[in-house]
Each structure stands twice: as C-alpha cells, then as structure tokens.
Design a binder for this molecule. Structure first.
Ligand code: PLP
Length: 399
C-alpha cells in the first residue's frame, strides 16, 4: 500500500528552525541566540572537567556493555537527593518511585504517559508561556492541556494575581506543570513568598504539582537554592512529580540523561509505581543509555568530582550573569530610551527580551542575529566578543 500521500510536512520546531537559519547564514558576524546549551566566552561548547574526570574513572568500568540494575538504582538515588535534599524523609524512608529517563524531555514524556494511563480524563495546566515542547509532549501522550497565566508583558515580570486566579479557578485536583527555577522562556521565577502561597493554594485545591527541573544550579549557581521551590512544597506535604535533566547543568545534552521521580505515600506504593514506569519505558525504548548514567552517578557519587562540578556550575552561572549585566549596561550607555532592567532581573539561561516578532526578524535580516520569534535570547550565546555588536543591533531595531 502506498500511503505517504496522507502525510503532510510537519511544522518547523521553533527552536530547531532558528539553528537552521543560523547555519545557512554565511556572515562571519552571525550570532545564534536560539539554543539553550551552555557555551564559553569564545562561543564554544564546553565539556566540563568533572565530566572528563568521571570519564577517566569509568573508562575501565566493568559495566560498559551491560545493564546493571544496582548502578542504575544508585544513579536514581543520587539524582533525587539533589531535588528533595540529602536528609529529607523522602530519601530516608524511600517513599518515591524513581527511574532513569531520556533527559528532561523523556522524563516529562514518561510522566505524561503515567498520567494518561492511570488518571484518564485528567488535564495538565502549562504556564503561559512555557518551553514549547511541553505542548508537544502532553499532546502526544493524549492528555488535554490548558494554560495558566504566568507572564506580564507590561512589567516583563510575573503576573502573580492572574496566576493565583487561575490556580483557584482550576477544577480541584488538577495537574500543574511548574518550573522550579530559571523558567523557560521568561527567566522569571516566583519569589520565596510567592512559592509559599502557590504551595498553600495547591493544598487547598488538592492540585498535583509536577516540577520540570531542567536547570538546577544554572539559575543561581547553587544547587540547594535552585531546589527551594520544591523544598517548600515538600515541607507542606505534597506528593510531587519531578523531571530532572543533566543536559544543562552538566553539559550532557547529547547523552540524554535524566530522571523521573514521583513521591508516594509509602515505600510499597513507590515499588508499584516504579514497576509501571519501567513497563511504559520498556515498550517505548527498551532501556535508557548507559554511558551518561555512569558519568552522572560517578560525578554525584565521588565527593571530589562533585565539588569540581559545583565549582564549574558556578563559573557557568556567573558568566551568564556577567553577560546579562554587560548587555544591559551597553544598551543604557548607547542611550536606549527603553527600560532594560529585566535583562538583569531575569535568571537562568534565557532572557525574555520583549522584542517583537518584527524586531526579531529585523535582527536576523540586518544583523545576522538569530533568536526565537517570541524574543527569547539564550544568554549562553552572548560573549565578551559579541555583546557590543548585539547591544548595538538591539538598540537599532528598538529605536
Ligand atoms: N524542560 C525545560 C523547561 C527545558 O527548557 C528543557 C530544555 O530546553 C527541557 C525540559 C528538556 O531538556 P533535555 O531533554 O535536553 O533534558
């Protein structure tokens, strides 16, 4: 049967589309502010020293080429300690189900599948805006989606009153996806007091919080601080779901290494849920890749390599913060009449610039600077060498 005629070309992914346009541009001044992977001040991808050391340590590993459940369990345990806290009751009592996942994307996908199977008819509330792939993931899992208000274009900050309204107005027992730190794409996180209020409202409404933790350590350079939102929910006794990714904070995007965990009432329930997650994964992709898991468990399990990781993470976070400060400073020095405070108020990898789609187009056309149409700039693409050129171009298109 010849059936390809039924298939239309898929719409371009907004993020991959930016990279394609960037690669096709022959200009030597071109800048890619699309992808969120960390780059150094020369604009080059980085392999962290902690990863190199872990690699050397596992080079002679007896596990390469085989799957070891014990090593994988250790990996999951070390990962979940990062989000829930080494000394939390969850860890001490083992009241969770955790599985290795194909990076943050795969962890979200597994959760969405679990939600559809065991809570049919439930919906997921996604922040507006959010990482565009969240929409694809829950769409493909056939879970209905709604959005809740998050961003205020006037203040370029959080629209907290609207967010609270939407939490209150959602049917009791709704699923919400929350970014615990470094919200993508806005770079705006709730304050500690706001998180406390959100957690309180979730209790009142009996909502289920699913945290997508793609940037732990990248927002502040401090793993504990970036987990604060989750710790607040934990203290309030919520049963949480959490997707973790080591793509950004360890620079392991190509290894597809992440973790999905869900908190349970007791250990037995954890074993049950885990068995279902494993069954879902088995039919989707068999088993997850080994090498990235060995890298992460080696880094997390060796105090010296872990210290090196934490140090390198701070270097990455500081560089991004420095570029934010410089970009704002240069724009102000150029005499831009606009307010650019949000560049330094926002955190993490992204700056939600407030540039209009027309201005974004003009930046690409006239200045060879590429970003997503919603004006999100990856600050990792900004360097000492290109920040003046970038500021000047932004000034020109916003005059
Ligand atoms: N969640 C958010 C909010 C993200 O920004 C990303 C990556 O950009 C991911 C999840 C998934 O990343 P990965 O699958 O590379 O871990």
């Amino acid at each position: 049967v010849r059936w390809w005629g039924r298939v239309d070309r898929a719409s371009k992914d907004p993020i991959n589309g930016v990279t394609e346009a960037f690669l096709a541009d022959p200009s030597s001044n071109k800048i890619n502010l699309g992808v969120g992977a960390y780059l150094d001040d020369e604009g080059k991808p980085v392999v962290l020293q902690c990863v190199r050391e872990a690699e050397a340590k596992i080079a002679a590993s007896q596990f390469l080429g085989s799957i070891s459940t014990a090593v994988s369990s250790k990996y999951v345990e070390e990962s979940v300690k990062l989000v829930y806290g080494r000394d939390s009751d969850v860890i001490k009592e083992g009241t969770y189900a955790g599985v290795q996942a194909l990076s943050g994307t795969g962890a979200c996908r597994l959760f969405a599948e679990l939600q559809r199977r065991f809570y049919p008819g439930s919906m997921i509330y996604l922040p507006d805006p959010t990482w565009s792939n969240h929409h694809n993931i829950w769409r493909d899992a056939q879970v209905c989606k709604r959005t809740f208000r998050y961003y205020d274009p006037d203040t370029k900050g959080i629209n907290f009153a609207a967010l609270v309204d939407d939490i209150k107005n959602a049917p009791n027992g709704s699923f919400f996806l929350l970014h615990p730190c470094a919200h993508n794409p806005t770079g705006i996180d709730p304050t500690e007091e706001q998180w406390q209020e959100i957690s309180y409202l979730f209790k009142v409404k009996n909502h289920f919080p699913f945290f997508d933790m793609a940037y732990q350590g990248v927002a502040s350079g401090d793993l504990e601080r970036d987990a604060n939102a989750i710790r607040i929910f934990l203290k309030d006794g919520h049963l949480i779901g959490c997707a973790q990714s080591f793509a950004k904070n360890m620079g392991l995007c190509g290894h597809r290494i992440g973790c999905l965990s869900v908190l349970c009432d007791d250990k037995r329930q954890g074993v049950t849920i885990k068995s279902q997650l494993q069954q879902i994964a088995r039919a989707m992709y068999g088993s997850p890749p080994l090498h990235g898991m060995l890298l992460v468990s080696t880094i997390l399990g060796d105090p010296e390599i872990k210290r090196l990781w934490v140090k390198e993470m701070k270097v990455m976070a500081n560089r991004v913060q420095r570029m934010r400060a410089t970009l704002r400073q240069v724009l102000e020095k150029l005499g831009s009449p606009l307010n650019w405070e949000h560049i330094t108020n926002q955190v993490g990898m992204f700056c939600f610039s407030g540039l209009s789609p027309d201005q974004v187009d003009q930046l690409a056309r006239d200045f060879h600077i590429y970003m997503i149409l919603d004006g999100r700039m990856s600050m990792a693409g900004v360097t000492t060498g290109n920040v003046n050129y970038l500021a000047n171009a932004i000034h020109e298109v916003t005059r």
